[in-house]
Write a protein that binds this ligand. Sequence first.
Ligand SMILES: *[C@@H]1O[C@H](CO)[C@@H](O)[C@H](O)[C@H]1NC(C)=O
Ligand SMILES: *[C@@H]1O[C@H](CO)[C@@H](O)[C@H](O)[C@H]1NC(C)=O
Ligand SMILES: *[C@@H]1O[C@H](CO)[C@@H](O)[C@H](O)[C@H]1NC(C)=O
Ligand SMILES: *[C@@H]1O[C@H](CO)[C@@H](O)[C@H](O)[C@H]1NC(C)=O
Length: 670
Amino acid sequence: MSRLGALLALLGFLTVLARAEDAVLKTAVEGKPFNVFQELKKECDPGCQQCNRELGECECPYGLSGPTCQVALWPACRTSTTAGLPVFVGRRAPRNCHCYAQLFRATCLPGSESRCSSHTVAQWPELKCFEQVDKAEQEQLSELPEKLDDPKYRWRKGVLVPAPAGGAAAAAPGAAAGRAEHKDMQTLLVAPTLKEIGDTMALSKCPNRCRDRGICIANSETIKTPSCLCHPGFTGTDCGDAVPPASLPLLCPNGCGGRGSCVAGFCACQPPYWGIGCSRSRAYQPAPDSISHPYYPSLKIYMYDIPISVVGPQPFDDSDTTVYPIYQASMHLMDMFLADGGGVRTENPWEANLFYVPTFAYYSTANLGDPTAAVVRAIDWVAAKFPFFSRYGGRDHFVVMTADRGACYLKPLNQTRNLIRLVHFGLEKPNLTEMGPLVEEREYGCFKGGRDVVLAPYFRPKAGVVRTVHEKLLAPGGAEELLKDKSVLFFFSGDVRHHEPEYSGGVRQALSALLSNTTSGGAGVPADVVFKAGFQPITAEEYEQLLGSAKFCLAPYGHGWGIRLTHALMHGCVPVIIQDRVRQPWEDLLHYPDFSIRVSKAELPRLVELLRAVPAEDVAALMREGARVYRAFVWQPELGGLAYNYTLASLRRRLSHIRGELYEAGTRRR
Ligand SMILES: *[C@@H]1O[C@H](CO)[C@@H](O)[C@H](O)[C@H]1NC(C)=O
Ligand SMILES: *[C@@H]1O[C@H](CO)[C@@H](O)[C@H](O)[C@H]1NC(C)=O
Ligand SMILES: *[C@@H]1O[C@H](CO)[C@@H](O)[C@H](O)[C@H]1NC(C)=O
Ligand SMILES: *[C@@H]1O[C@H](CO)[C@@H](O)[C@H](O)[C@H]1NC(C)=O
């Protein structure tokens, strides 16, 4: 930013603050009521099942909208015209080509076709679709033909073609030349075979058409008669039964709080409840003529109830709702927040000092996708419905992104620039290139210290291991005793990916080369160094056993953040963090040198030597402290986990940071 730009930004911020302080002053001078609120009970259409009383808008299942949820947002994705049926857009069964085109228009950022908030659309080149040749777009449905080669149907597939030269995407700074792509469709001359479309067939071949709540499949080998594969939340031979939300806690936020049923990620709430996870029953507004201002003495977080059609769908496949556990922190964080763990939640945005923007980004990005479209859609909604986003340019709004690369791909835009990002990957590196052309934030790369938060990943500790190992470590002399039994100096097992130098920032590759270098002293790998390269080269039991018998365990990153730090701590092994410029979970709250060793990539050649030189009493002390801090890395409160508490503590610090930003902006730029 230029000096003038910085000055202007500072002046702008000062004006905003001055206005707020003015307001507070006015209450004193003019005797206006300050932070006095009254309940808000906006009405919805009488035909609405679930009314958001804050906005007076009806809450609808995915793909539906309008005062009584009568509007189909992407009509060609429906399998029938029966009103009120939820819409599913998984990837297994082909949909109507118009369905994909409608989704594409709704979920991809204009001028940036690679940035879409729909996981299905992100799979564009793998999509096959059909359309009825003699019907208008508004009559097209996603009901597969009974015969795949029915001449009344035409088959197409998604293709990516280079965008026209000089297009907006090509001109974007940071976009590598020739990478801009345009999503198109190509007509297939021959209808696909059943196998090519995942053994899916017309709903009419299945019992009760699976009640339009599933897809119909059969393959000659394992499933002989056409059977329903029900969409998430439904079960039974014809998908006629609903799965109780409590048995699908992650599919619907907080299991709908026990106050509703879960319809494919949407909580259909019992009155008077509404909102995400059926957690709302009240809304507020300032009393007439009163002045309202964020309440600063304690953390008060307001979460926006963004409609599922804006930030969904949540389950992204036709039947499978599984999210690999290490990516689940965002879901558990939300569940604990909805249950108001920690007493920080407010349903009154006028007194809130932080705003939680639920983007459900993981469901559209999966582990390596780009969250920009999901975040932009969420923020556009938030900024259109409430006055709070523009107040501080989004500085007091946060988003949670637990994919491998967290916020690396979050494009800097007005909607995203100032957001607080809660991520697993704290890579702080300007002018980042090795993560590919999607990294456009030149100033910080993936993470900005002081603003963003690194969350511990979600990992289910083995209660038995924790009990035996940690109890011993915390008992007097226990660490020393455990250390005596450790025969391995240093351990790592995992993928190396020699041909992907950016994987782990090159650490795994460099270490592999080093340890296989028999010319250095001729000794090769020392007997007490165990380095197993490959994707799961040893069994889970061997892996855990080695974590337990090693003094030091490598904690590198992978495609993005890594889980090894947590593994090492659980087994009483001292983590050796080799992640240049990557901030670790809660690094501003925990004192890492007390329980880990940090080595830079440049020091790798001396690694074994360095570790051997650590005195035994220091190793024992590191192990003991590791056991003491371990609960910060555990999300499960039933196991004493404090990860949620640490999240709140980090946000409290951000709160003072936001308030202190004025001061900092003044000093940092001097
Ligand atoms: C952590 O937070 C939970 C509520 O979420 C609270 O009940 C518990 O007391 C907290 N624990 C600590 C050690 O602060
Ligand atoms: C972004 O915000 C700035 C400052 O408010 C404004 O001048 C600019 O027009 C906005 N840009 C876009 C693309 O909306
Ligand atoms: C990043 O790149 C820009 C433009 O090339 C340059 O002006 C800036 O100094 C670089 N920043 C760092 C920290 O290298
Ligand atoms: C292997 O060891 C030799 C001799 O010490 C050294 O010159 C060479 O750079 C090493 N290679 C690697 C990949 O570390």
